[in-house]
Design a protein. Structure first.
Length: 157
């Protein structure tokens, strides 16, 4: 990698920044219920989920608000197999597996099988000396029968 995305020229620092952005965005969903999660995206960023596509920070914020409105959901999004590839001097693609555990109630929630296993592709770019998500595409690989995720429900054919 030789990129200068987000003003970062050191390769180790760039990989650390990518991992921090990916993990931080999912930490936000799990621990802040997505409140402020739109700030991980460019102003015109896109978050493409199986049940909905949100374009722009306002729509992403509204999507997370609808998730919060669904009730006392507890979730943990576990990121694994992170692969980082440079597209050009302004874009980086991070691909990884995402395992979702979720339930309702107060901690500790009864452990169930994962709600979903997904492949995720984040296209990242520099913005105001920061690294942000331009486009996140989440593809459900496995989805539990009792899945109640607002964003993972299967799209109607």
């Amino acid at each position: 990698m030789r990129s200068q995305v987000g003003g970062i020229t050191d390769q180790a620092a760039l990989l650390t920044a990518v991992a921090g952005l990916v993990h931080g965005s999912w930490w936000n969903v799990d621990h802040e219920h997505g409140s402020g999660g739109e700030k991980f995206f460019l102003p015109d960023g896109v978050c493409e989920m199986p049940a909905m596509t949100m374009s722009g920070r306002d729509a992403i914020a509204e999507g997370y608000a609808s998730r919060r409105a669904a009730g006392d959901r507890v979730s943990r999004h576990l990121v694994s197999n992170l692969q980082v590839n440079e597209q050009d001097d302004s874009r980086i693609v991070a691909r990884y597996a995402l395992v979702l555990y979720a339930g309702h109630g107060s901690l500790p929630v009864s452990l169930q099988l994962p709600q979903a296993v997904c492949d995720v592709e984040d296209t990242l770019t520099g913005y105001d000396h920061d690294l942000l998500i331009a486009h996140r595409r989440l593809e459900a690989v496995f989805v539990a029968e009792d899945n109640d995720s607002v964003m993972l429900r299967r799209r109607e054919p």
